[in-house]
Every structure is written in C-alpha cells, then in structure tokens.
Write a protein that binds this ligand. Structure first.
Ligand SMILES: NC(=O)C1=CN([C@@H]2O[C@H](COP(=O)(O)OP(=O)(O)OC[C@H]3O[C@@H](n4cnc5c(N)ncnc54)[C@H](O)[C@@H]3O)[C@@H](O)[C@H]2O)C=CC1
Ligand SMILES: O=C(O)C(=O)COP(=O)(O)O
Length: 541
C-alpha cells in the first residue's frame, strides 16, 4: 500500500484517481506546522503540496520512505529540489495546468491597474460616488514589456495583442522566428525597461531573476510605467519598487506574489498605487482541478512504472527518444558494473565515450545509468538515477563524455574507462542489430559476451588445457556454464576468459580456480539484470 500525504488546499475532485486506487491511501491534512509535518512525513511514500508547504532540507531528511514530491502547480521554489535529488526523491509538477488561470489573472491585474477598479470599488463600498478620482489609462497602442516568454508570458502576449498593444518580449529562449509568429517584438531587457508603458514578469524565481526589476532597472523605465508581478515574489525588488512608486516615477504596481507570503510590509500593502491579491494566479476551479489531477495521475504512473511526464529533477526526453535509448540503458549500467568490479576501488577519473549512431542521440539518461552502475558498488541502494550525478559530485568526482562519429567497427559503441592510481579498466559495449546487447571489449581484449546476471572473469596465461580445467572445477561445484569467451592479445601470451553462469557462485569456487597453474586472476561479476527494463521504474528506484 502506498501512502500519500496531501497538504495545502488541493482540489478533491482532482485527487479522485488516488482515492479510487486500490493500492493507495490518501491522508489530507491542511494547516500542519512544519514540526507536525516533520513528525509524520516518515510514514509516506508521496507528498502533494502547493506553494504554501515549505519542503525544506530538514523535512526531506525526515522523509525516510518518500519517493515522490508532487507540486500541484508550477513553481517549485518552496521545495528544496537539491535535497530531494540528493535523497533520490523524484520531484514532479504540473506545468501548463494553471497557465490560463495565471495568464487571465495577469490580464485582470493589468486592466485593474489601468482603470483603478479596486480603488473605485473600495471608494464606492465606503458609500462614496467619486467619478473624478479614478481616471485611468488605456491599453490601446501602449507598449507591454513581457519578461519571460514561457507558457504564461506567451498566453499573456496573445491576449494583450487583442487590445492592440505593442508587445516586447524578452526571454533567453525567444527566437526571432517565434516572436514573429506571435506578432511581438523580440527585445532586450534594456529595451523593455526603456520602451514599455506596462511591464509584466513571468519567469521562475532563480538566481538570475532574483531582483531582476531593481533600482537600476527602474531608473531606466519611462516615468508613469506600471508594473505587474503574477510570477514570483523576489523577481521584483520590493524596496526598490516602493521607492520608485513613492517618488512618483512608477505610476502603479499590481502584485499577486511577494518575497514573504503572507507579506507584512504595510508600505506595499497599503500604498494607494499598489494593488495586491493573495497569490491567486492559479486559483480558479478549473486550474485547481487540473493541477491536482495531473499530479495524481503522474504519481500513479510512477508507482505503476509508466511514463513520467513532468519530473523536475530527472532527465527529460521524448517518448520516442526513450524508446530508442532503451536497449542501451541497461547495457550502460552493466558496463559500469563490470568496470567498477574489476577496478574494485572508487575511481579517480571517469571517461565515457559514445561512438557511431549514439553520437546523434540524447545520451544523458544513459550516462546516468553508467554513473549509477559505478556508484552502486560502494553506495548500493542509496544511489538511484535521480541522485547518481549529484552523489558523484558530492564525492568530488566528475566524468568526461566524448562523442566520436567514427564507428569503431560497430554501428554504435560505448566505452567506459575508470582510473585509480596506475590502474585503468576499460570496457566497451554495443547493441548488435538483431542480436542485442554485447560486451565487446574488456581492457582491450576483444570479446563477445551477452551480459547476464552472473559472470566470471578470469585472467590467465594462454596455455593448453586452461579451458578444460576451469570447466571441470566449475562442474565439480555443479555450476553450469552458459557461454564461454576467450580473448587473447597474442598466442601464448596473456588472455582473459569470460563465462556466463546459470547461478551465483561462491568465493570458495574462486579459491579452487586459483589452484590452476597459469591462472592469474579470478573475479565474480554480478550484474543487475531485468527482463524488461522500465526507465520510469529505474528513475525513481
Ligand atoms: N501567481 C501564481 O499563482 C502563479 C505563478 N506562476 C509562476 O509564473 C512563472 C512562469 O510560469 P510558466 O510560464 O508556467 O513557466 P515557464 O517555464 O513556461 O516559463 C518561464 C520562462 O522564463 C524564462 N526565463 C528564465 N530566466 C529568465 C530570465 N533571466 N529572463 C527572462 N526570461 C527568463 C524561461 O526561459 C521560460 O521561457 C513561474 O515563476 C511560476 O511559478 C505560475 C502559475 C501560477
Ligand atoms: O503554480 C505556481 O507556480 C503557483 O504559484 C500557484 O501557487 P498555488 O498552487 O496557488 O499555491
């Protein structure tokens, strides 16, 4: 039974698929203090939150069985994603499900700001009839600067165009072509500051966007500019905004989000030219049902090892790429498991190389599989695909990836080289069309081994009778040999033997093998092996 904790006010209809699932138990608990949450989080496999619950490092630390943190919304800045990644917890969100809600709220703010609707309402509800105090401005033929042309920014642009506004868009990913298609002007942040009558921000809150709208930016703006933030508190420097409003340079601001929520700064909350809403951008019936449904379905998918669509801390790739890469993934992990078992120690340097067809592919997940394979030798179950790269960095290690279009004799080829002091292990593998995965190179010996769960590696002198002696010792322990491959550098020189075995062998067998004269090294190699590899299952396990 999977136990899911739902905090914050999450739409119940949207959670229906979880309530109806026979293997899922949902606990819905609003208004928990962080101490209460920490106390109980250890009982749950998944946590669903909105923006109010702070999923801190400390909380994650206590989350002993948590596999998934789901954000029923977009922004994950209330979640310590790095701490989750480190612990191997998958973080998912529901991008797109509240885009329209946030976009419409932005337009509501834009119009309210231009026509002073909240002020007029307040005045009338106080019994006044003051038609002169609330003269507004038109949007028609004004310039709207949009910072962040992602999902919400784009929808805002489309709608603002219907007011016949001129739209300037700034986003590092906005191309001339897309701007043209949208009928907007691709601008720099400077041009937005200088030319806009209205400015709205739609970026995530990240290092680069914190205080993006600051004193320096505001000084460049037109006198009388109006500013909207329905994205994240902190993108606009609140103190700088208050100064610019108090000086009369900025005519007004509309804020849905705040550096601290709930905000306490009365200069901000009570200024007549600032209108505020309590983080309502996503608060429509439709959006709330959609975000809850989206993360609920995603959680079920993850538990049932189906496709993951919106993982924040796992490599994203299209279904088509996943399908293409699938045959390589387990092979990549097995390649790494062989390499690390032969090296035996933690590597100091890791070189990965992709050749042939693999050069064209997105190999980020494959690289993760390799890193996981390397690390699990020492870290066992604590490493998974979510935290593999993170843990590697934490251990002060990095890896080099090289791509080489030459095909090395195979249509596709991957090679992993691990270094420790003067020891170097290098393993190469390929997927043969119609034959499947093959290990084809072990320390520069050419072999052709189908990777299976139980392998035996033997290094020996190339002398007559070696194969027979190995076979008879294994036979005396009732160990059946599946396949046997011999690779040698030169006749009579050093050689290696790789055997696939039907069952795990014990150390005493290796002791017996050591009695063979001319045998230099024996190693049991245990590989992970799944009949049907599930990328999604592997991503969160
Ligand atoms: N007020 C509310 O209730 C809601 C707020 N949001 C917030 O709105 C914001 C936008 O959300 P979406 O459009 O869904 O996200 P998105 O990911 O589709 O778009 C964000 C865009 O910002 C751009 N960007 C990143 N750094 C930038 C920079 N330095 N300068 C300019 N652009 C930059 C990105 O390239 C991306 O195109 C997020 O912060 C999200 O958390 C979203 C929904 C509801
Ligand atoms: O989705 C987002 O980023 C939001 O800001 C919405 O936040 P909420 O779910 O309404 O607390």
């Amino acid at each position: 039974m999977y136990k899911i904790l739902v905090t914050d006010s999450i739409n119940v209809q949207g959670l229906q698929s979880l309530y109806e699932h026979p293997s899922i138990l949902v606990d819905k608990k609003d208004q928990l203090s962080s101490a209460e949450l920490r106390e109980i989080i250890g009982n749950y496999d998944a946590l669903i939150v909105r923006s109010q619950t702070i999923v801190s490092k400390e909380l994650i630390h206590s989350a002993h069985r948590l596999q998934i943190i789901a954000r029923a919304g977009v922004g994950v800045d209330n979640i310590d994603v790095e701490a989750a990644t480190r612990k191997g917890i998958i973080v998912i969100n529901a991008p797109g499900a509240n885009t329209i809600a946030a976009c419409e709220h932005t337009l509501a703010m834009l119009l309210s700001l231009a026509r002073r609707i909240p002020h007029a309402y307040q005045s009338m509800s106080n019994g006044e009839w003051n038609r002169n105090a609330f003269k507004g401005v038109e949007l028609y033929e004004k310039t709207l600067g949009i910072i962040g042309m992602g999902k919400i920014g784009t929808e805002v642009a489309k709608r603002a165009k219907s007011f016949q506004m001129k739209i300037l868009g700034y986003d590092p990913y906005l191309t001339e072509e897309r701007a043209k298609k949208l009928g907007i002007v691709k601008a720099s942040i400077n041009e937005i500051a200088i030319q806009s009558d209205f400015i709205t921000v739609h970026t995530p809150l990240i290092k680069e966007t914190r205080n993006l709208v600051n004193d320096e930016f505001l000084q460049k703006t037109k006198r009388g500019v109006r500013i909207i933030n329905c994205a994240r508190g902190g993108i606009i420097d609140e103190a700088a905004l208050i100064r610019a409003i108090q000086s009369g340079h900025v005519a007004g601001a509309a804020l849905d989000v705040f550096t601290q929520e709930p905000p306490t700064n009365l200069d901000l909350l009570q200024h007549p030219n600032i209108i505020v809403t309590p983080h309502l951008g996503a608060s429509t019936e439709e959006a709330q049902e959609k975000v809850a449904k989206e993360v609920s379905d995603e959680i079920i998918n993850i538990f049932e090892s189906q496709t993951i669509r919106h993982a924040v801390n796992a490599p994203q790739m299209s279904g088509e790429t996943q399908l293409k890469m699938k045959p390589y993934l387990q092979l990549g992990e097995q390649l790494a498991e062989i390499a690390i078992q032969l090296l035996k120690k933690a590597p100091e340097k890791i070189d990965i190389a992709y050749y042939g067809d693999l050069v064209e592919e997105d190999t980020s997940l494959l690289t993760r599989y390799m890193v996981k394979g390397i690390l699990s030798y020492h870290l066992s179950d604590s490493v998974n695909l979510i935290n593999a790269i993170h843990l590697l960095k934490e251990h002060g290690l990095s890896y080099n990836v090289q791509r080489n279009a030459t095909n090395k004799g195979f249509a596709n080829y991957m090679e992993l080289v691990l270094y420790k002091g003067d020891k170097k292990v290098n393993i190469g593998a390929t997927v043969l069309n119609g034959y499947g995965a093959r290990i084809v190179n072990i320390n520069n010996y050419r072999v052709d081994v189908r990777p299976e769960q139980h392998l035996l590696y033997i290094k020996h002198q190339d002398i007559p009778g070696m194969i027979g002696q190995v076979g008879s010792i294994l036979g005396s322990y009732s160990i059946n040999i599946g396949t046997m491959q011999v690779g040698r550098a030169a006749i009579g020189g050093e050689a290696i033997m790789i055997l696939t075995l039907d069952k795990k062998i014990e150390q005493e067998v290796t002791h017996a093998l050591h009695s063979i004269s001319g045998l230099e090294d024996v190693q049991i190699l245990e590989l992970s092996y799944e009949e049907e590899l599930s990328v999604e299952k592997a991503l969160h396990l």
